[in-house]
Design a protein around this ligand. Structure first.
Ligand code: ADP
Ligand code: MG
Length: 409
C-alpha cells in the first residue's frame, strides 16, 4: 500500500484557497526562548513552503517537549514558529491556543499562501490520550479549523511512531497525504532494513537506555557490528560484571544485555562495548575527569563514585576503524555528554569517521543530529540526517509506524 503525495494534492484539484492542516515536527531544543538547533524547523520548511506557494491556507500543528496535557509557557511553540517565520518567505502567524478562540479566529481569516501555526498540540491532554474517543474528539476540533474542503498532510517524521490525535486519528477525518520529509525518511530507512551493503555497522549511544535496547533485539541478526557508547554502555559493562560507579544504569535491563551478548555471539554479530571511558567526579563542566579502563571505573583518583560521561580515546579509535571499513552505518545517540567539551571527544571521533567515510550513513536522533551540527560538521558530510530518533528506531525494530500506516490505503 502506498500513500498520496503532496504533489498529488497540489496537482489534483489545486490547493489554492483550500485549507491544508499540516502536522510538522517543530520539536526543537530551547535555551529559554532561544532555539539552539533549528534543524527540524528547516526540515519542515520545504513542505509548508510548497503548499503556501501553491496558494493553500496552511495550518501547522506541532508539539514541543512534554508539557503533560496542560498549558505551560515554557513549552510554547512560539520560538519555533518565530524561527520558521524568519526562515520563510511567506507570512507566519502564531495562535495563542490550539483549538480555542485565537486559533479559530486566525484560521478563519487566513489568507491564501499564508501560514498559521497552532500552539503546542500537547497543551491539550486529548492529543496523547490513550482513550480513542478523546483523541478523536480533539482530532475533530482540529479538522474543523479547515472548514468544508480541508486536507491533511503528515510531515512530522519525528512523531509518526505516536498514536496521537494530530498524527494518527486526524487521518481518518480528512483526505490525507504524506509529506515529502516523511517520504524521504521512510525511503532511507527501507534501504537500511531491506538490503544494506555490508559491512553494516550500527552505532548506539545517548541516554534513553531502555528505549534503545529494544532496537538491538532486531538488529542482532542484521548488523555486522553493534558499537555501544553513551549511557547504555554502562548497563552493558555492568552486565559483563564490571563496577561502574555512579554511571547511568538501568538495573532491570542487565539480564537483557547479557542475553544480547550471548545471542550476538551465536549469530556472528559483534557487540563492541568501550574498553576505556572518561570518568567524571560529577555531572558538570567543572568536574574533574580522567580516562580509565572500563574495568577500573571505580579506581579514579577522586574516588569510586565517578560517572562515565564519554567513551575513552582507545574505544573511540576502535569505533572509528569499524566505521571506516563499513559500507552502511546507522548512528543513533551521542557517545558521551557532548554538550560539555570535556566529554565530546568520543562523539566527535565517531562523527569524523562517519563524515570521512564513503559508506551510506544515516544519523538518527534529535540530539545526535544536534551534536553533529554543534561540533561543526556539515550536514552534507552525512548520507542522511534523520529528524526522528524514536521513529527511526521503531522502524528499525520492525514495528509499524501508526502515523505512516494511517496515510496508507
Ligand atoms: P538522541 O536524541 O540522539 O536519540 P538521546 O536523547 O537518547 O539521543 O541522548 C542524548 C543525550 O545523551 C545527550 O544529551 C547526552 O548528553 C546524553 N549522554 C550521552 N552519553 C551519556 C552518558 N554516558 N551519561 C549520561 N548522559 C549521556
Ligand atoms: Mg534526545
Amino acid at each position: 500500500m502506498s500513500s498520496h503525495t503532496i504533489d498529488e494534492l497540489i496537482a489534483d484539484n489545486g490547493v489554492r484557497g483550500r485549507y491544508v492542516l499540516v502536522r510538522s515536527d517543530l520539536n526543537v531544543p530551547l535555551d529559554g526562548a532561544t532555539v539552539t538547533d533549528d534543524g527540524r524547523v528547516r526540515a519542515s520548511l520545504p513542505v509548508i513552503g510548497k503548499l503556501a506557494e501553491a496558494g493553500a491556507k496552511v495550518i501547522v500543528m506541532a508539539h514541543l517537549g512534554r508539557p503533560k496535557g496542560q498549558v505551560d509557557a515554557k513549552y510554547s511553540i512560539a520560538p519555533a514558529a518565530n524561527r520558521l517565520d524568519e526562515l520563510a518567505d511567506f507570512d507566519v502567524a502564531v495562535a495563542e491556543d490550539v483549538v480555542g478562540d485565537s486559533a479559530r479566529q486566525l484560521a478563519a481569516n487566513l489568507e491564501e499562501g499564508s501560514v498559521l501555526v497552532l500552539e503546542n498540540v500537547r497543551f491539550d491532554a486529548r492529543e496523547t490520550s490513550k482513550d480513542d474517543a478523546q483523541r478523536e474528539e480533539f482530532a475533530k476540533e482540529l479538522a474543523a479549523l479547515t472548514g468544508q474542503n480541508g486536507a491533511y498532510v503528515n510531515d512530522a517524521f519525528g512523531a509518526v511512531h505516536r498514536k496521537h490525535a494530530s498524527v494518527y486519528d486526524i487521518a481518518s477525518l480528512l483526505p490525507s497525504y504524506q509529506g515529502d520529509l516523511v517520504a524521504t525518511e521512510v525511503k532511507v530507512l527501507k534501504t537500511l532494513t531491506e538490503a544494506p551493503k555490508r559491512p553494516y555497522v550500527v552505532v548506539l549511544g545517548g541516554s534513553k537506555v531502555s528505549d534503545k535496547l529494544a532496537v538491538i533485539d532486531n538488529l542482532l541478526g542484521k548488523a555486522d557490528q553493534l558499537l555501544i557508547g553513551g549511557g547504555m554502555a554502562f548497563t552493558f559493562l555492568k552486565a559483563q560484571g564490571f563496577a561502574i560507579g555512579s554511571s547511568l544504569l538501568e538495573e532491570d535491563q542487565i539480564a537483557t544485555c547479557q542475553e544480547y551478548l550471548q545471542r550476538a555471539e551465536k549469530l556472528g554479530c559483534d557487540i563492541i562495548v568501550p574498553s576505556d571511558v572518561v570518568v567524571a567526579s560529577k555531572f558538570g563542566a567543572d568536574a574533574e575527569h580522567e580516562v580509565l579502563a572500563a574495568d577500573k571505573i571505580e579506581e579514579a583518583s577522586f574516588g569510586s563514585n565517578g560517572l562515565g560521561l564519554d567513551i575513552g580515546p582507545k574505544s573511540a579509535e576502535l569505533f572509528a576503524s569499524y566505521i571506516t571499513s563499513a559500507n552502511t552505518v546507522f548512528w543513533n545517540g551521542p557517545m558521551g555528554v557532548f554538550e560539555i567539551p570535556a566529554f565530546a571527544e568520543g562523539t566527535r571521533t565517531v562523527a569524523q569517521a562517519l563524515a570521512d567515510s564513503e559508506a551510506f550513513s544515516v544519523v538518527g536522533g534529535g540530539d545526535s543530529a544536534a551534536a553533529v551540527r554543534a561540533l561543526g560538521f556539515s550536514e552534507d558530510d552525512f548520507g542522511h540526517i534523520s529528524t526522528g530518533g524514536g521513529a527511526s528506531l521503531e522502524y528499525l525494530e520492525g514495528k509499524t509506524l501508526p502515523g505512516v500506516a494511517a496515510l496508507e490505503g
